[in-house]
Design a protein around this ligand. Structure first.
Ligand code: OSB
Ligand code: MG
Length: 375
């Protein structure tokens, strides 16, 4: 069935939620997040929700909450409002002139997919071509004050049933925490994520090569995002597969990484790729190349989390995704029911569209800014 959709109004909500447990990466520490929830509203009054999950500061990616708001208000929504489209894949075409700004684009793209799948009467996962009825979740653990604190967190998450743990690392917090966790959990599916902090200095390379001893599933993004050659050089000396995250913002980035043999595993983030259309294309390309993928996260609120679950239902997502249950992150989530995991497994919703209700009262209670724009 082909339906034309026209978004006639849109709302932005800047929403602040506290994390249940402070999170530290190689670049920064955070205790609360401001994400921008987006409503796209069509002529019939139907609403599609999306989420801009940008960090507040430009340390993971160049975008911030303010740049995303600016892009949505002045470029992306004006490009979409009043235009008719048949499929969500048509929506990114409407802002094709806008370079970069993947996080801002992703929020609007997800809202378009949610609006469309609800209008079609199908679950978002099915609209994307997903085949899994459940997806396996891993947990990403930040840098903790001490090794003992880290071991407490690992024990807690393993006891909750999560089958894979990823540890954030940084120079000075790499071989030691990995050795400690490995000693207590010899068979755990374990990997590390450096968020691009290492260089090819003698000391850094020694630490990265020492990690090869611990049977990690992957080492994620050791070097700076644009330094694909450094990743290719390191991979030649490692048995452990290198996974790329920040380096891959576009399909062309993925193509280059494949050509350089800089990527053996791909972290596909809906936000970092600019939305579900691009994330699915990256999945398809990686599958053709025989590269396993998993879905990374940005501590999404429930709306973005539901989109991550949906994309993780595609067949090439063969490794556990960072789609832990809502309660790993937030005391109360913006969707009902929240995302739950049983023994590390999350069910893919069968309800149409997003597959969860959006809790507008909870959102209103945590909103710090709103904006409505009309065609
Ligand atoms: O590199 O995957 C990352 C959070 C903020 C910035 C970067 C990253 C992360 C995570 C969180 O690892 C994963 C999650 O949402 O559970
Ligand atoms: Mg990462």
């Amino acid at each position: 069935m082909s339906t034309e959709l026209t978004v006639t109004a849109a709302r932005l909500h800047r929403v602040r939620l506290p994390l249940v447990h402070a999170f530290r990466t190689s670049s920064h520490r955070k205790t609360m997040l401001d994400h921008i929830l987006i409503e796209l509203i069509d002529g019939s009054g139907a609403v599609g929700w999306g989420e801009i999950a940008s960090s507040s500061d430009p340390y993971y990616a160049p975008e911030t909450v303010e740049t995303c708001w600016h892009l949505a208000e002045h470029y992306l929504l004006p490009a979409v409002l009043g235009k008719s489209w048949e499929r969500p894949e048509d929506v990114p075409q409407l802002w094709a002139k806008v370079r970069g700004n993947q996080f801002a684009k992703a929020g609007v793209d997800v809202a378009a997919w949610v609006l469309w799948s609800a209008a079609q009467g199908v679950p978002l996962a099915q609209a994307l071509g997903g085949t899994r009825t459940e997806v396996t979740a891993g947990v990403s653990l930040g840098i903790e004050p001490t090794i003992a604190d880290l071991l407490t967190e690992v024990r807690r998450q393993v006891a909750a049933g999560y089958p894979r743990i990823k540890l954030k690392i940084a120079p000075g917090w790499d071989v030691e925490p990995v050795r400690a966790v490995r000693a207590d959990f010899p068979d755990l599916d374990l990997h590390v994520d450096a968020n691009g902090i290492y260089t090819e200095s003698v000391e850094h390379l020694a630490a990265l090569r020492a990690l090869d001893e611990y049977e990690l599933t992957m080492i994620e993004q050791p070097f700076a995002p644009r330094d694909l050659l450094a990743h290719a050089r390191l991979q030649r000396h490692l048995v452990t597969p290198i996974c790329l995250d920040e380096s891959v913002e576009t399909l062309a980035d993925l193509e280059t990484a494949l050509a350089l043999e800089a990527v053996r595993v791909l972290n596909i983030k809906v936000s970092r790729m600019g939305g579900l259309t691009a994330a699915r294309a990256a999945h398809d390309r990686a599958q053709r190349a025989g590269v396993p993928v998993w879905c990374g996260g940005m501590h999404e609120f429930g709306v973005g989390r539901a989109a991550n679950v949906a994309i993780s239902s595609l067949p090439g997502f063969s490794l556990p995704s960072d789609v832990s249950a809502s309660d790993k992150y937030y005391a109360q989530d913006v969707i009902a029911p929240p995302v739950v995991a049983r023994q590390g497994v999350v069910q893919v919703p069968t309800a149409t569209g997003l597959g969860h209700d959006v809790d507008t009262e909870l959102i209103a209670a945590h909103t710090v800014a709103t904006l409505e724009v009309k065609a």
